[in-house]
Structure formats: structure tokens, C-alpha cells
Design a protein around this ligand. Structure first.
Ligand code: ADP
Ligand code: G6P
Length: 472
């Protein structure tokens, strides 16, 4: 980690709940920095390396104020959270209320007034931290559901700024959103931005509809007119990855070698299935492993010839739904392996840990079938990472129709994760399809991912934001 620096006002500021690095304690109790989990960091890191400026966010520890410091060519501005705020704002309102509500209520959202109060207070702190580091007329790009009040709060502090907002998760249909006791405040908070980006056109339309119906605002296509006469645009910008970076890494000699080793360590199977996720109930991990377990039980998949590698990053471990999910997955994997495994041959190799990018690239390179089965997902970057690593146009992607990525990756083997038989058929087809069919599909998928990478995403959002008429 580089040295601390004085806070210099900058022209480009990203504000996100998390910084790209997370402060953790190692086995000896020493503080160490690790890459933060999740797709937001994967996507925005290369954007910051290109645009420089400052990233304002929480550093993952509690009750520990830290000075700004330089990292990877840009400034990190840590925002402190108390233990109580982590419980109420982060685990509570962000991940116990908004996360399930915005993901089709696949878990039950909880509504607590003290969680909301903490959310307001912490959003104000982030707005103030961003205002303090932004130069006059700067562009400030606020990220994700944890900070939906920041655009309005920031505008109240600094009228000179150009404010963008991007929601990395789905924006729910009005029928679900209106459960939220604080729905009006959230909409007004977001409308503080000049441009609001969503993963899909459906999300942008849901938002525009609620602004029209709840706030009685005039809307015309992507444009929403506020009482002040200012307009805010709400449009889709499907996020992506550094496709070329992943491809280059995957093609390198050490990663190719590591991919061969991985296959060997898995017992040189004919087919490797791969699942890569944060351990989250939205990802459909249970559904996918259950379907695979049934294929093994029925003898359709022979565990002597096939291996399923599932890696899951620990996530939000103090939230009840996540604890429950972990137990359920442990039990399911244990049962399948106990019933059908041979010595040194478990049908499922399950690892509850996170890996460096190099190891991920080796897994993607080794896998014959990548299985991505969310019940609902804003985008899903894992499927794009897999595609980027398949430079021989081989491999097969199974993709849930409920991932935002399904709108772009039409040539995947599409499945409905709620339909166990359909998912089993998808797995069998992806495993047994002809080489020509697989190549045809993968070629089309690669064309999409390489022409719509993270640079395209950031450039199109920032260009549209720059074209918003100035307030001055
Ligand atoms: P989400 O943002 O909901 O976690 P995404 O699929 O959009 O889902 O992004 C997940 C990111 O986390 C990807 O960049 C993926 O490579 C990374 N990731 C997932 N599981 C692991 C793991 N076990 N170790 C390291 N990185 C992981
Ligand atoms: C998703 C969210 C991000 C979040 C990430 C990891 O990608 O959209 O905002 O940072 O998951 O979750 P965590 O709660 O660990 O930050």
C-alpha cells in the first residue's frame, strides 16, 4: 500500500460503499489489505486506473478512521463506519431491506426504522466526503443501492457538480418497490443525479414509471422533469469487464499451466463444470447443485468422468439469510458427496473462499461448462469473465434468464433456475452438444463481450453525463 497523501481536490470522483481494497485482520491479528469482494469493484477498478481521480468509500473495518492515501494511480478516501452503523446501515438497511427487495423478494425484506435512520446518516457522511474532495465543476459518480440518497444530498451541498448515479443491482417493478416505507425519499434521493444508469432497460423503465406515478413528475421516454425545471435522465448502461485483460491473463503460460494442473487435481475428468459466486441466496447455487446431484443420482452424469467445481466467496456472514444459506449448501454438498463420491472422487469440489484473479482465470480456462444460475442478478460478471477466457472459442455457458446479462448473451444455453428439469436438460445439452454448435455459440458470445467491455460502458455513461446541460 502506498503512502498517505494530503487531500487534493480532483475532477473525477467515484463514491461507493466499498473501497477497492478491504482492511482485514490476518491470523496473527495484524491489519492487512485485500481486494474487496463483488462485481462492483471488479468493474470499477479498471475505470479508475484509466480516469484517476478519487474513490470515496468504506474500508471494511469498524470504528477506524483512516487518512486518504494513494493506490494504483488514484486516491482512496476512506469513510469510517461505527460497529452500530455496519449493523444498521450496511447489514441492516442495505442488505436486509434493499438487497432482497430489489432482487424479486427471493428472501423477505425487513423494514426497521432505526436501520433507515442509520442509512440517512451514513449517506450524508458519504455526500460530505465526496463534496470535500471534488474540485469545482467536478464529475461525481455515485454507485449502487447503499448510497441512493447521496445524489440529492450532494446537490444540496454542491450545486456546481455534475452528478451521475449507477445502480449495479436490478431496480424492481413498482409493485414490489412500493412496499418500502421510505420509497419517496429514495426516489427523490436518486433524482438528485443528472443521469441515473441501470443495468437493463426494464430497470430504467421501472424507475421512470415510479417517478411518474408516485411523485407525479412529467416523464418523456428517458427524461424526467423535476419541479425546479431541471431534467434527470434514466437509461440503461449494461456493465461489463476488462475483457482483454482477462483474455491476456488466461492466455499466459503460467495460467495455461495452472489450468492443466487444476484438471489433473480434479482427477483428469472428461468434463469440468464450474460455478463461481459470492455466497448469496440470489445466485441459485442451491438450485444448481441440487439439479447436478439429481443427474448424478440418476446416472446421467458419471462422477468418475465429470467434476463440479464450485467456489463461493464468503459474503455478509453476519446476516441471518446468509448464515442459513451457508448451512444449506454445506449440507447439500455433504449429502451428494457422501452418497455418490468415491475415494478421491467427490462429485462436487466445494471451496468457501476467495481466490486471486490469476486462479480465477485458470479455473475459467479449465472449465468445459460454466454454470451461472441466479434467481435474479443485476448483470453477473462471472459469465462475461468466463467468455473472455475462452480464446479457443470452446466451452459452454449455461445462463439464467434472470441475470441482466441474459439480455446481451443470447447465445448461452439459457435456463430458468426455478425449473429443475429444465436446468438438468440444459446441463446435459451443454455437456454433450456438438463441437460446432459450441463454437458457434461461443464465437457470438465473445463478439458481444469484446465489443461491449468496461471501457465502452464507462465511456458511454460519462459521455452522456457530460452532455447533460450544466446547472451554471
Ligand atoms: P456480484 O457482484 O453479485 O458478486 P458478479 O458476478 O457481478 O456478482 O461479480 C462477482 C465478482 O467476484 C467477479 O469478478 C468474480 O470473478 C469474483 N468472484 C466470485 N467468486 C470469487 C471467488 N471465490 N474468489 C475470487 N473472486 C470471486
Ligand atoms: C454486489 C453489489 C456491490 C457490493 C458487492 C459485494 O456486487 O452490487 O455493491 O459491493 O456485491 O458485497 P459487499 O456487501 O461485500 O460489499
Amino acid at each position: 500500500m502506498a503512502e498517505q497523501t494530503a487531500l487534493e481536490p480532483v475532477d473525477f470522483v467515484v463514491v461507493a460503499n466499498r473501497l477497492p481494497v478491504d482492511r482485514k485482520s490476518d491470523a496473527d491479528g495484524n491489519s492487512v489489505w485485500r481486494t474487496s469482494p463483488g462485481g462492483l469493484v471488479t468493474a470499477l477498478e479498471p475505470v479508475m486506473q484509466e480516469h484517476h481521480g478519487a474513490w470515496v468509500g468504506w474500508h471494511g473495518a469498524t470504528d477506524e478512521p483512516l487518512d486518504p492515501f494513494e493506490y494504483s494511480g488514484y486516491q482512496l478516501v476512506p469513510v469510517p463506519l461505527s460497529a452500530q452503523e455496519v449493523e444498521e446501515y450496511y447489514e441492516g438497511f442495505s442488505n436486509g431491506t434493499l438487497w432482497p427487495l430489489y432482487h424479486d423478494v427471493v428472501a423477505k425484506p425487513e423494514y426497521h426504522r432505526e436501520w433507515w435512520d442509520s442509512y440517512v446518516e451514513v449517506n450524508q457522511r458519504f455526500a460530505e466526503a465526496a463534496a470535500a474532495v471534488a474540485a469545482h465543476g467536478a464529475t461525481v459518480w455515485v454507485q449502487d443501492y447503499q448510497l441512493q440518497l447521496v445524489p440529492q444530498m450532494l446537490r444540496a451541498l454542491r450545486e456546481d457538480l455534475r452528478i451521475g448515479f449507477f445502480l449495479h443491482i436490478p431496480f424492481p417493478p413498482v409493485e414490489l418497490f412500493q412496499q418500502l416505507p421510505w420509497r419517496r425519499q429514495i426516489i427523490e434521493g436518486l433524482l438528485g443525479a443528472d443521469l441515473i444508469g441501470f443495468q437493463t432497460a426494464g430497470g430504467a423503465q421501472n424507475f421512470t414509471r415510479i417517478a411518474r406515478q408516485r411523485l407525479r413528475l412529467d416523464t418523456h421516454r428517458e427524461s424526467i422533469t423535476l419541479p425546479s425545471g431541471r431534467t434527470c435522465r434514466a437509461a440503461a448502461y449494461p456493465i461489463s469487464i476488462d475483457a482483454r485483460g482477462f483474455e491476456t491473463l488466461a492466455q499466459s503460460q503460467p495460467i495455461q499451466q495452472r489450468a492443466r494442473e487444476l484438471r489433473h487435481e480434479l482427477g483428469d475428468p472428461e468434463v469440468i463444470f464450474l460455478g463461481v459466486d459470492r455466497l448469496d441466496y440470489t445466485k441459485g447455487i442451491y438450485h444448481r447443485l441440487r439439479a447436478y446431484g439429481e443427474l448424478v443420482a440418476e446416472g446421467v452424469v458419471d462422477p468418475a468422468k465429470c467434476a463440479f467445481l464450485q467456489v463461493a466467496t464468503p459474503s455478509r456472514e453476519r446476516v441471518d439469510e446468509y448464515k442459513r444459506l451457508r448451512d444449506e449448501i454445506d449440507m447439500l454438498v455433504g449429502r451428494i458427496n457422501g452418497d455418490f463420491g468415491g475415494i478421491g472422487r467427490p462429485p462436487i469440489t466445494y471451496m468457501h473462499m476467495s481466490f486471486p484473479r490469476e486462479e480465477m482465470a485458470a479455473m475459467y480456462t479449465a472449465a468445459d461448462v460454466c454454470v451461472v444460475t441466479p434467481l435474479r442478478d443485476g448483470m453477473n460478471l462471472v459469465c462475461k469473465e468466463y467468455i473472455a477466457c475462452r480464446s479457443n472459442n470452446d466451452g459452454a455457458l449455461i445462463l439464467s434468464e434472470f441475470a441482466g446479462a441474459a439480455g446481451e448473451l443470447r447465445q448461452a444455453y439459457m435456463i430458468n433456475p426455478y425449473d429443475v428439469n429444465g436446468m438438468k436438460q440444459g446441463m446435459v445439452l451443454a455437456m454433450n452438444d456438438t463441437v460446432q454448435n459450441k463454437r458457434r455459440r461461443m464465437r457470438a458470445l465473445r463478439r458481444q463481450v469484446f465489443t461491449h467491455d468496461i471501457d465502452t460502458w464507462a465511456d458511454s455513461f460519462l459521455k452522456d453525463l457530460a452532455n447533460v446541460p450544466s446547472n451554471e
